[in-house]
Design a protein around this ligand. Structure first.
Ligand code: ASP
Ligand code: MG
Length: 423
């Protein structure tokens, strides 16, 4: 048994969906769970819909209609008779349109999950129907019934025991009888039947969880890159593919922000020793990267950039030291608002934290912090992490940048940087 994951780029249009079918024909030759994300930029669009609805900034209905036409455009190219699948798509949009007609009754994060999750529902309905019509028999399953979470909206915490139970009693028998199950990445459900999401780009995590619960022999993430690279091709021309990566190195790379795999993906796989392959859906015969248990340490230099960061500098109002009591107050506030520190630095009377600048989390966090502390902040900073760094490259990368914080260990260098004025 194996788990495949196809992200938004692998189902971005009709051609891409056909390519998924051809990969499944060649490689899903044993029981396979296929985890699919929303098509192309659908999740971003649904975020826009949520903002338009919740903050009354924009036209949610018009945005939904655009998105509906995008999906119907794809089905018109995939099916000779798309009536059935189009009905299913229409139904999803009827629900979405109803939802945005009501006044918001819950938190932003709660509404976000109910709306944004539908991107995955739409994608899997289309993919599943297309496969069935083309001789690849499969069963569509709703991940909201499989991945059980608490009600931390936008970052559902997975209940392993409950999820294990439903996967064993509902998914496994289907997989045994039907061989191929198509389900959604990124989304889960609460005991009160609300939808949750697992964090942006969370479909990889879903694939890892399902592999864990089914004791799969492997996971393959099919991507538009040939494997795990030492740097993001968005920033570097000459990237190198890494053939083999230990779980340990993979978790570090993703923790520092390498966007190739979601950071939560590695733990469930490591816990059961399930290898993860990252392969190209454009060149499926190529080997890609394997991530597995290994004592070998990565020796290539790798570069990870995290943009849209905010650097907070937190100072006690009474000029007291930043010591355990203050730190514990600060960390409990971070934890309450689900804000994760990407880098921290401490001095006598100031504690600096670099974190993702997500206004829906940072604003309420600042409110709480400012009750006890003086908080200064720098927006639009970039966090750069270099593993196995050398000093020459450092000079080049920090050209025209102001370095706000620098931290070095033997293997890892981290810089918080800001564009110099006028550059
Ligand atoms: N569709 C979701 C996102 O774009 C989840 C994923 O792609 O993994 O964040
Ligand atoms: Mg996506």
């Amino acid at each position: 048994m194996q788990v495949f994951k196809f992200g938004g780029a692998s189902v971005k249009n009709a051609e891409a969906v056909k390519n998924v079918a051809s990969i499944l024909k060649s490689y899903a030759t044993k029981a396979t769970i296929v985890v699919v994300s929303a098509m192309d930029k659908t999740t971003n669009k649904l975020e826009e819909v949520t903002n338009a609805y919740f903050y009354k900034k924009g036209d949610a209905v018009a945005l939904l209609n655009e998105l509906k036409n995008f999906h119907l455009g794809i089905t018109s190219q995939l099916f000779s008779d798309s009536t059935r699948v189009n009905n299913e798509i229409e139904n999803v949009f009827v629900e979405l349109l109803w939802a945005v007609e009501e006044e918001p009754a819950f938190s932003y994060n709660h509404h976000y999950d109910q709306l944004v999750s539908q991107g995955e529902v739409l994608a899997t309905k289309i993919v599943s129907a297309y496969l069935n019509e083309n001789g690849i028999r499969n069963t569509w399953m709703d991940a909201r019934g499989l991945i059980q979470t608490d009600n931390t909206f936008r970052e559902g915490k997975v209940d392993y025991a409950l999820s294990q139970d439903v996967v064993s009693t509902q998914l496994l028998p289907k997989l045994k009888s039907d061989g191929l199950v198509i389900t959604q990445g990124f989304i889960g459900g609460t005991s009160e039947n609300y939808t949750t999401t697992l964090g942006r780009e969370g479909s990889d995590y879903t694939a890892a969880l399902l592999a864990y619960f089914t004791n799969a022999e492997k996971v393959i993430i099919w991507k538009d890159v040939p494997g795990v690279l030492n740097a993001d091709p968005k920033y570097f021309k000459n990237t190198k593919k890494i053939e083999e990566l230990a779980y340990h190195d993979a978790i570090e790379l993703t923790y520092y922000g390498a966007s190739v795999i979601h950071p939560k993906t590695i733990k469930p796989l490591q816990n059961k020793g399930i290898p993860l392959y990252v392969r190209s859906f454009l060149k499926p015969t190529e080997a890609g990267t394997v991530i597995k248990e290994s004592d070998k340490r990565m020796n290539v230099t790798s570069y990870i950039f995290k943009d849209q960061q905010i650097l907070l500098s937190i100072q006690p109002k009474d000029f007291s030291f930043i010591a355990e009591d203050n730190l514990s107050t600060i960390f409990s506030m971070f934890s309450k608002h689900n804000v994760h520190a990407n880098m921290i630095q401490n001095s006598a009377i100031s504690f600096s934290v670099c974190t993702d600048d997500d206004e829906h989390k940072i604003e309420p966090l600042l409110c709480d912090l400012q009750e006890h502390f003086k908080v200064l902040y720098n927006k639009n900073v970039q966090l750069m992490t270099i593993r196995n760094y050398d000093n020459d490259i450092l000079e080049k990368l920090s050209e025209n940048k102001i370095i706000l914080i620098e931290q070095r260990s033997r293997t890892t260098l981290q810089l918080v940087m800001k564009e110099a004025e006028g550059s």
